[in-house]
Design a binder for this molecule. Sequence first.
Ligand code: ATP
Ligand code: MG
Length: 453
Amino acid sequence: MNAIIPENLKRLADFCPEPLYLVGGSVRDYLCGFPVGADADWDLCSPATEDEFLRAAERAGCTVRSVYRNTGTVKLTAPDGAGYEFTRFRSDKYVRGVHAPSEITFTSDMGVDARRRDFTCNAVYYDVARERFVDPLGGREDIANRKLRTVAPAKKVFGEDGLRLMRLCRFAAQLGFSPDEECLFGAKEHAALVQDVVPERVFTELTHVLLADGKHGLSDGPYRGLALLRETGVLPFVLPELALGQDMAQRSDFHAYDVLEHTFRCVRYAPREIRYAALLHDAGKPFCMKRDGNFHAHPAEGARIAREILSRLKAPNRLTEETEKLVLLHMVDFDCRMRESKVRLTIAENASLLPRLLALKQADFSACKDDLSPAPTVVKWKRILSEMRAENAPTTVAELDVNGAELIALGVLPRRTGEALHELLRFAALDGTRNRKHVLLARAKKFFTEVSS
Ligand code: ATP
Ligand code: MG
């Protein structure tokens, strides 16, 4: 491991009066055989006090970003810009599941420090100066066996901090590891404690699950993480609206799976940029089935529920808005019976979203029966889009052969140019021969100058 450790970190270890250890993700990922780059998350620990570590940091030319004396944490920036997070050896006491320990005791005993962590794979230490691994809890064997095992009885570990439930599913997703029986049992027993975790942290961990394949390239990571959220019973506390889809049957001529399994498979087949839309695309189905006895209104109800879920998780507004729109539109023309003129208008109304909408439609189609052939709607819409392009029909206002200034020169009131351009877009999207300046100006003159004068 010595070969991949940055020189600045080695210098820091040389100046530290006590052994300085790497622990957590960098050691685990290295032992898994995953590449660990200089930009890795370097988690450090030592029996050294914060002050001893701070002195070493100064001598090594690091900049101190923050010091938290209550948890023994110091955050540094190395001369090359890398971030290091140091935590003094300690043990933590918790009150029920609240994530932050209620009582912290510093220690010089590595075994004690290891047992305050979450999984054995995250409690393997690498002594930077002596260039050797120290493994108090047998984490290396668990890594070799791709096992998630808790550092202490699983009931205790999950009972202390509900965040560990989300971390369990995240590591299963990113690393391709499986929990051992005891770990799974303890997680199930304390599944409800995930409710004590602040929504922002739940969102972060859920995002790690949905994008898990990006971490080490394990293509089925997101599905694996979601399946574990379901298996542990954590899902009903995090996404109760989706959990209701478990065992909810669907029309067998279209679907091989229940609503929830179909949802997970949709995530599996979705490209990264639409994973939340894939996760939430059928969020309206359980609600509609309960209210109406059928799924008919599920896109609109699903869009509303998707917004509620993402707002509750304090997701960024842009993601929430885009996901809401995609969920609303995901069924449009699913049976390929929509008139082509209407498809053209829908394309023109949603041009910026179109690649993502088509990707969602494809993933949704594939997830019904694991059919990876092109979805008929996607084939149809792509053909219509290429016909529009060939005949120079606009899909956005910017592609119109007139602009706002020309409309104003024609006599359209400035405050009405947006509306006029939009109307011209709809007009010309239907027929590319209409996308000519004189045709568009004539139409604008007829409909927008008379009304406004
Ligand atoms: P990553 O590669 O994503 O950084 P990580 O395992 O290093 O994964 P961090 O959040 O950086 O995760 O935490 C560093 C280490 O601190 C963990 O490996 C684990 O030993 C310990 N740790 C972090 N969060 C918890 C927690 N909630 N409960 C117990 N131990 C934790
Ligand atoms: Mg880390």
